[in-house]
Design a protein around this ligand. Sequence first.
Ligand SMILES: Nc1ncnc2c1ncn2[C@@H]1O[C@H](COP(=O)(O)OP(=O)(O)OP(=O)(O)O)[C@@H](O)[C@H]1O
Length: 532
Amino acid sequence: MEKTASFLFAGTSFNKKKYADEITRFKEKKETENEVDYLSSFERVNPGSEEVTVSKKKRKRKQAASEAVEGFNVFKSSKKALVISEENKTDEGEDNLSKEKKKINLKLEADSILRKQYNIHVSGNNVASPLKSFADLSSVYGCESYLLHNFSELGFKEPTPIQRQAIPVLLSGRECFACAPTGSGKTLAFVSPMLMKLKHASTEGVRAVILCPTRELAAQTTRECKKLAEGNKFYIKLLTKKLIRSTDLTKLRCDILISTPLRLSSAIKKRKLDLSRVEYLVLDESDKLFELGLIKQIDSVVKACSNPSIIRSLFSATLPDSVEELARTIMHDAVRVIIGRKNAASESVNQKLVFAGTEEGKLLALRQSFQERLNPPVLIFVQSKERAKELYEELKFDNIRVGVIHSDLSETQRENVVNDFRAGKTWVLIATDVIARGMDFKGVNCVINYDFPDSAAAYIHRIGRSGRAGRTGEAITFYTEDDVPFLRNIANVMAASGCEVPSWIMALRKLRWKKHRPKRESILTIPDVAEE
Ligand SMILES: Nc1ncnc2c1ncn2[C@@H]1O[C@H](COP(=O)(O)OP(=O)(O)OP(=O)(O)O)[C@@H](O)[C@H]1O
């Protein structure tokens, strides 16, 4: 009420000279007026109770009150008095307004200090305050205790910077573009507000969708979601082939559905999966999802999620301007949250470039480094499934526990390979970019880019498998003569995250980088296997 009044009365003008007498009279009474309100309302609620309960002090107040009421009647009958009353309200209104302004300014100042402290950059109007701690979730947003309990069970004491800002943005009902380094807890940042908003399980069909570019990441996100939802019986489902075959999707009981775009768009088309009630749509690794190969499927999912009050959000460690522009065409009044610098590598990874000369040189360098120091778990990235198979053939007899993952393996085989690596059964995992994004292997000590990555974004995601959740890691990138023209782009990423780069590389010409996948010589040194 006060707030409204203060806005209503702001700006009323009054001739103070002309009504000086009235002002004096008014000011004398001002102090008692608040008490009038108090007592008259007391009497309204308790008629006749005054004799029994009103103390001496209150009687005194009552006396003052009656005077004020009389005064009020007098003012009521006079036109002048009305203006004076307005003047009083104006003063009060201005007071309230400036108090309100002060409060807002203090809040904005505190928000800005917190954002600076955690390197949070936001753009958009009226962006919600960042979280000071997880406790804000219950004090400000009424978070249920199960979620806070789960955070503490998982060992999460403080929110990470992206969680501090993206969670309140989503809870305040705003759409969001979020860009934060690899391994900085983006999954929890989009899952927690979803769980809080959905509150409890429902039978009303799919209410939230999370899209991930690969099956492995979708499976991992499902697991994380279930861990965070523990204690609240949500229906959280991964859209698998088996689920599609065995269930009538028109009757799917599901609060949160996690899928790859291909699987989901085909379920919409062929199995009549209804997404019209979806309230939350998250595009994880959004820049990957907006790449040419997937855009059609994304489009069909976005269209199927036809609820006009849907909240969409995009999360990634790399968010090119082109993707933002494209996404803005479908988003409403979105807030942009960037942690640190946009499109930057994690600062907890120590990055090195190694000149290996030729393909043969790479294999030699790899073997030598393993002989000198093998500190598992180690991830090795190559540029194609063929090369992944070749490198595996070379290393499998080297007395190293090595595994390989690529898109030619079946779903179960891929799952087993990932599980073996997670469990420490394999020390070295050879992979294509299929697991470069989002996969959260605990404590990967070193990432080796055996083949030079095909883009700066691919580089950032690959090396981001190491140095996660506050740990440190190492990344080694081999390059040959073929890769030299593309060195500068990687060097820029390295320099921006504080790593040393030779000056001759920084002096190279900057190239507009389309996918760099040169034809490379075979890795195999064993001709028999090559011919198999
Ligand atoms: N508040 C927190 N405190 C400590 N650890 C956390 C916190 N939130 C998440 N984590 C842990 O941090 C790790 C990385 O989280 P997550 O996989 O969500 O990162 P990400 O930002 O999505 O990375 P990427 O860009 O590679 O997908 C996970 O092991 C997760 O359990």
